[in-house]
Design a protein around this ligand. Structure first.
Ligand SMILES: [Mg+2]
Length: 95
């Protein structure tokens, strides 16, 4: 099984095993932990390894949120549109 397939399978199992409500709480907690790590970095007491760990936690929970809300394709569509808009604005600002 490829790495990405395994990740998707474990994500599916986690939502089933722990339940939607619990995983929504965990997602909120993980987002908060990343916020805290970034705030510490801005205060000059950041820990690059801690930031990497919290980004990983959040990415894992984002995968579970997409599983919970069955909106992987919709998220990808939003992302593509927002990336296009970002690129457009940067190109426009360049003049
Ligand atoms: Mg964490």
């Amino acid at each position: 099984m490829k790495g990405s397939q395994r990740q998707a399978e474990v994500t599916r199992r986690a939502v089933k095993h722990y339940g939607k409500v619990n995983q929504l709480h965990v997602a909120i907690e993980e987002l908060s932990e990343l916020q805290k790590a970034l705030c510490k970095d801005l205060r000059g007491i950041g820990d690059r390894n801690a930031i990497a760990e919290e980004i990983a936690d959040v990415e894992i929970m984002l995968d579970q949120l997409k599983q919970i809300y069955h909106n992987y394709t919709k998220v990808e569509t939003w992302k593509a549109g927002k990336i296009n808009r970002l690129e457009y604005r940067m190109n426009r600002d360049k003049g």
